[in-house]
Design a protein around this ligand. Structure first.
Ligand code: F6R
Length: 242
């Protein structure tokens, strides 16, 4: 894993955006894996600004998001489909038909998991996966204890994750308790991974990732076994790291 240390959230967003823009410019048909949550929002803003100012085109780009809440349709402002449209897709020249997110309202969720896994494979896999990390080490919605062999699957969200995500909802009771997520094996199949980490609340997770062992009780630790991972982390996240 290569670590790029930056000053703060803004610099992390800037560096991450530059990284992605260069890839998109060099590989216009790239398959990007995308994340939601607070961490990549600044990066997405800069991608939009760059698209508007410099004309970087996403016409031929395909995207696959990591996860979606079960029970929320794309029209629900708390769904990840809605989030991605608002924070990124609506402001780029991307073809929305090429932006894929698991459906949280599919009639048969197990079939949806299989379909999503196959869809990624049919497109030749994810070239560059953007990741955030949970305080408990989750990646996607793969909570501690998830098998490293897991493909796209249904998860019960950990109470700590529900708490952390309640900030996006009116109250904690509204946060869905289940989600559909790319599995750890799905994420590990990406050719390249860009992990973004910002803030003191992620400092403990960053320490465990950097210095801890590879264990299913800390899902992000598997990234140590991936050949091509870049971490962009700010000072608050890496403080005290050796
Ligand atoms: C988002 C996702 C999650 C987040 C993680 C960090 O699609 O899969 O793993 O990346 O929960 O969230 P933030 O960025 O809000 O701290």
């Amino acid at each position: 894993m290569k670590l790029i240390e930056v000053k703060d959230y803004n610099e992390m967003s800037q560096k991450a955006a530059e990284y992605i823009i260069e890839k998109v410019r060099n590989h216009p048909r790239i398959n990007l894996g995308l994340a939601t949550g607070g961490t990549p929002v600044g990066t997405y803003k800069i991608l939009i600004e760059d698209h508007q100012k410099n004309g970087t085109s996403y016409q031929e780009v395909t995207t696959f998001n990591l996860d979606e809440y079960i029970g929320l349709s794309g029209n629900n402002p708390n769904s990840y489909r809605y989030f991605m449209n608002e924070k990124l897709f609506n402001h780029l020249d991307i073809n929305k038909n090429n932006t894929f997110i698991p459906s949280g309202v599919a009639e048969d969720i197990q079939t949806e998991c299989l379909r999503y896994e196959q869809l990624i494979a049919q497109h030749g896999g994810v070239d560059l996966q953007i990741l955030g990390i949970g305080q408990n080490g989750h990646i996607g919605f793969n909570e501690p204890g998830t098998s490293f062999e897991s493909n796209t699957h249904v998860v019960d969200l950990a109470p700590s994750t529900i708490k952390a995500n309640a900030r996006f909802f009116d109250n904690e009771e509204e946060v869905p308790t289940k989600a559909i997520t790319m599995g750890i094996a799905t994420i590990m199949k990406s050719k390249e991974i860009l992990l973004l980490v910002s803030g003191e609340s992620k400092n403990d997770a960053m320490h465990k990732l950097w210095n801890g062992e590879v264990t299913e009780s800390f899902p992000a630790s598997i990234l140590k076994n991936h050949p091509y991972v870049t971490i962009i982390a700010d000072q608050a996240a890496v403080a005290g790291l050796k």
